[in-house]
Design a protein around this ligand. Sequence first.
Ligand code: FCB
Length: 442
Amino acid sequence: MDASRFAKDFLWGVSTSCYQIEGAAAEDGRSPSIWDRFARTPGKVVNGETGDIACDHYHRYPEDVALMAELGVDAYRFSTAWPRILPEGTGAVNEAGLAFYDRLVDSLLERSIEPWICLHHWDLPAVLEDRGGWRNRDVAGWFADYTHAVASRLGDRVKHFFPFNEPNVLMWLGHATGEHAPGHADREAALAALHHINLAFGRSAQAIRAAAPDARTGQIISLQPCEPGRDDPAHRQAAETIDLFWNLAMVDPILLGRYPEPLADMLAPWVKPGDLETIAQPINLFGLNHYCRMFCYPDPESPFGARIGETPSGPTTDMGWLIDGTGLRDQLLRLVERYGKQVFYVTENGGAFPDGAGADGRVDDRDRIAYFEDYLSNLLEARDRGVDIRGYFVWSFMDNYEWSLGYAKRFGIVHVDYATQKRTPKASFDWLQDLIARSRAA
Ligand code: FCB
């Protein structure tokens, strides 16, 4: 790919999240999260797999950071674990838990890699779910206190803090369909969680600004164009419904200061005076996690009458997700059209492929390289059409725990042998290393 098309200061990064890679689930005072609990609930995760050990990043981070340095990335986006830092969910800070992130941040900075921290990637302390979790309005205050604990400790060195990763996925899969923790499949739960998560975003952004005034913040969200699974009115309606909940519900209130109709009516029981002002915090950047166009189907059993379903045609990844980089281009263009100029970063993009190691131990993942080239070309096309896009983070740095699908789906550019914890860079790692180096030299 033509590296000279990227600006010299285009930011290259890799992404992960704590529950998916850290392991050390019961170490140094960490309490269980809703994912530890969900994974142990029969039938929720393939093979009942858990994040107990995962990639053992908690112990092996020096080796992982060294590999990132070899790759040549500018930034590493990871998440901090609320149950490590505040094992009771609220109240006393667990020094040992926070100290891990201190060590990680310092080791990144020693290698000139910027830490980009997400404060919440879906691992709510289980003790807080017992108090109503995201369905309880108090969660906004709990989250602001947790934000303060992290940002006041690390804000002298960390210049990028984000309240959430994909709050829309947490709301939809966690509270409307029940496919993810905490496993609610309920209309009221989804609507309450939707508003309280937004409120928590606002309170957390305020806490970040107070504790780390020179840090940048913003929303990091999964946005995917919604297409009807078939071309008929019922499917078109389903696509509109999913679009409302997935793409608009957690961006409109931040950037437009209001909920889109008909959501505003549905949420009326939960929205109190002043809430929309709290949510509409000024942001410095917009993080887009993008994978594919999503296909939508009517579903009378779902609380909102619609579901995300199978890809009707075209090439797909091991997740069954369509491979088509024009979705990224169109999503970026739509964001500018709806919200005006913003500073964009792609904070996650990548594909799962059934790649096994060859006889020499190498993974020759050409399909992943082709995927990246397709999406990056479309990113450049959006840039050429006026989108201010300044960086790109690969999902994921290494193979990891893919939520309810366990360890079967591999997204990494570094292969992980879970039996030995051996890391082996794949061909896509070499490809990215070369692209980064050429984009800087060009
Ligand atoms: C995103 C999540 C991330 C990972 C990728 C494949 O929705 O943020 O944790 O599961 O999908």
